[in-house]
Design a protein around this ligand. Structure first.
Ligand code: GCW
Length: 683
């Protein structure tokens, strides 16, 4: 009898595991909750007094998927300090999820479901409180109205503008739910290279429909605004921000928008950057432009996110330009303007020092913009887990208010009271079935959301949650996959641009290596040589006093640390210094040899990912297993391409052999130079 029982149990386990290894297409993301049985549902109650739609959603999610104890959802209007967070109190019999805002109940519900998914026991008694570190947790979509996505690698845009407003894709709600489950509460629907058409009445009707779908999930909609909209769609003679007619146009536009979407968030603006129009077209400043829009939205509680990504082909080092333009404007922005600055001073490179503006604009609201989509990190072909990159910036010390003034604290309201603190990430989401192209790119969307909610979480803890939710809880799977994820960013830096090298990508599409790139007549600051400065006497960009002096934009002691090659972190060495090929690194290797070792290590790491993944076949459904396997092969192949291209090219300057411990190139430089990828800029 007993034997029989064990057999039955084994059969059951086998059955369950084949069921869980059923084909999966990734469409469910990390939300692979099991629906509870009728029996379980009858055993526990989910109670909710509120008729607010977000509270009801919370109750519904728990009713469908929560297999634990009784839960009571409680809105408490005394608990202002919780903001949109939640508290969970109780014991093994009953839990109370308490929130100040209805959406807090929804976040609390997802918290419980996530713990359940991870196989985590809820401690008894339990008393936790979570208050998000940033108020606005923002996705920036670079989606165009023709449904191409700038720097998007997961297919076309999710927004079916042609079908809207009458036809509503079910994916809009799936998208909102996924965001809510990780706390993302703000989305900018369209590309910062903005079509003015988005602000026409016809498009606003469509935007309203999306806002209505997102609202129950606590998500507010923003739009990217083209600064020339008054002239282009309003028929005005110009868009000068100091002209009354222009100001009135924006005020009326604001009125029109808020009549349709009462909780509309505001505008994101890319102005006087890469050819976009802006206030400087009329001799006005960024503050003039931002404040004019801020005044138009102020009566409705709207916010302007004004980008600091500005640079022109002048003789000033590109890395210095945003600081030069924005620091003189510090303190001149309205309180409903937030200056949105990319994490680094150039452009979402595999590694950059943090942007010096974060440590300099002490009297302005600031927010970080990260890039979740992998424009410079292998598109959706490479497995690169970005939480370590995000953390590197957030945890970087700006020394603006003495030691400990991290970028996170400079933007989360710790030092500068912001009406709303915020953080943004450029989305990697498209209409691909699995949303992000690479199954592991889902982890970057997830990680951005989790860090926006709590920037003190570790990359490892976030990876752990994501792997368990997205795949399974088997330790023999979770441990190696986590290790792979945690080393992947450094691996990419190694095979693409180690030791502070940057922007040596192929022109325009930014996928492969092109350190030799030079297009006659093109902007120097779009050419790789501008950044690497390779010559027979050495490599790197001198940003010390003897060079562009970009180091002066950092607070002490960073200025001194970065200025001296002996104290500059070696990870940033060639960002700040131009050094001879024979320069002696801290481990005694010459710069040239060290460069070779880094590229070689990158290749080895990419190959290790393949091996590690191959050993995990039994733990993942076939579909996702082989999709990831194929992309890892591309990644390993690309790593060799990068290594050979960069080393062979720089060797023409260093005139030194590749050290014996490093695999010799398998390509010839002349062949590599002929490779021309015709990758669509937009897709
Ligand atoms: O990195 C560059 C991208 C552009 C992008 C720009 C920006 C939206 O290559 O595609 O345009 O940054 O952030 O404005």
């Amino acid at each position: 009898m007993r034997f029989y029982k064990i057999q039955l149990l084994m059969l059951l386990i086998a059955l369950i595991s084949t069921v869980s290894l059923q084909a999966e297409d990734g469409s469910q993301l990390w939300l692979r909750y099991d629906r509870v049985s009728k029996e379980v549902a009858a055993r526990r109650t989910i109670s909710n007094q509120s008729n607010h739609v977000s509270a009801q959603l919370a109750a519904q999610e728990l009713a469908d998927y929560w297999s634990g104890q009784h839960v009571e959802l409680v809105l408490d209007n005394q608990k202002r300090d919780l903001k949109d967070g939640f508290q969970i109190n109780g014991n093994h019999e009953k839990l109370h999820v308490i929130a100040y805002q209805p959406v807090g109940l929804l976040y609390g519900a997802y918290h419980l479901l996530q713990k359940q998914q991870m196989g985590k026991k809820i401690s008894d008694p339990i008393a936790i409180a979570e208050v998000p570190t940033f108020d606005l947790r923002v996705l920036n979509h670079w989606d165009n109205l023709d449904r191409t996505v700038e720097r998007g690698y997961a297919g076309h845009s999710l927004w079916l503008w042609e079908d809207l407003p009458s036809k509503i894709s079910p994916r809009y709600e799936h998208y909102a739910r996924a965001n809510a489950s990780i706390g993302i509460n703000t989305v900018v629907l369209n590309n910062v290279n903005a079509s003015p058409q988005i602000l026409t009445a016809a498009y606003l009707e469509k935007v309203k429909v999306l806002a209505d779908v997102f609202r129950p999930y606590g998500i507010q909609v923003y739009l990217s605004a083209n600064f020339s909209s008054p002239a282009i769609i309003g028929g005005l003679s110009d868009s000068d921000p100091l002209r009354k007619e222009v100001q009135d146009w924006w005020s009326l536009k604001a009125k029109e928008i808020y009549a349709l979407i009462p909780d509309f968030g505001g505008f994101l603006v890319k102005a006087n950057s890469e050819g976009q129009p802006g206030p400087q077209d009329y001799g006005r400043t960024h503050a003039d432009g931002a404040n004019m829009l801020a005044d138009a939205l102020k009566p409705f509680g709207g916010i302007i996110m004004w980008r600091a990504f500005v640079y022109n082909p002048t003789i000033e080092d590109r890395a210095k330009q945003a600081y030069s333009e924005f620091v003189p404007l510090d303190g001149k922005f309205r309180d409903n303007v937030i200056v949105q600055t990319k994490n680094g001073a150039i452009d979402f490179q595999p590694r950059e020092p943090f942007h010096p503006l974060f440590g300099a604009m002490k009297k302005s609201n600031q927010m970080v913009e990260f890039q979740i989509t992998q424009e410079y990190l292998g598109f959706s072909n490479h497995l690169v887990y970005l939480a370590p990159l995000f953390k590197e910036t957030l945890d970087a010390d700006t020394y603006a208010h003495g030691a400990g003034s991290t970028v996170a604290k400079m933007t989360d309201g710790t030092y500068h009271a912001q009406a709303k603190s915020a953080i943004a990430g450029v989305a990697n989401i498209g209409e691909d079935t699995n949303w992000t192209g690479h199954h592991f790119a889902q982890a970057n969307w997830y990680a951005f959301g989790r860090l926006a909610w709590n920037h003190t979480l570790s990359s490892s803890a976030i990876a752990d949650e994501w792997i368990r939710a997205t795949f399974n809880n088997e330790e023999d799977f979770v441990t190696p996959v986590k290790e792979m994820m945690l080393t992947s960013r450094e691996a990419a830096v190694n095979y693409m641009m180690p030791l502070g090298l940057h922007h040596i990508f192929a022109f325009d599409h930014h996928y492969g290596p092109e350190p030799w790139g030079d297009i006659a007549g093109a902007r120097p600051d779009w050419m790789p040589w501008y950044y690497h400065n390779a010559s027979s006497d050495g490599l790197g960009f001198d940003r010390t006093k003897t060079g562009s002096n970009a180091v002066a934009q950092y607070n002490q002691p960073l200025r001194d640390i970065y200025s001296d090659a002996a104290t500059c972190p070696e990870t940033l060495l060639l960002w700040f210094h131009h050094l001879p090929w024979s320069y002696s690194m801290r481990n005694g290797n010459s710069l040239w040899d060290e460069l070779c070792y880094h590229y070689d290590a990158g290749v080895q790491e990419a190959r290790d990912f393949q091996k590690q993944w191959n050993g995990l076949e039994g733990y993942v459904d076939k579909e996702r297993f082989s999709d990831v396997q194929q992309r890892l092969a591309i990644q390993a192949h690309d790593a060799v391409w990068w290594k050979d291209a960069v080393l062979l090219y720089f060797q023409t300057f260093s005139n030194q052999p590749i050290p014996s411990g490093v695999a010799q190139p398998i390509h010839r430089l002349e062949e590599l130079k002929k490779i021309k990828l015709h990758l669509n800029h937009h897709n």
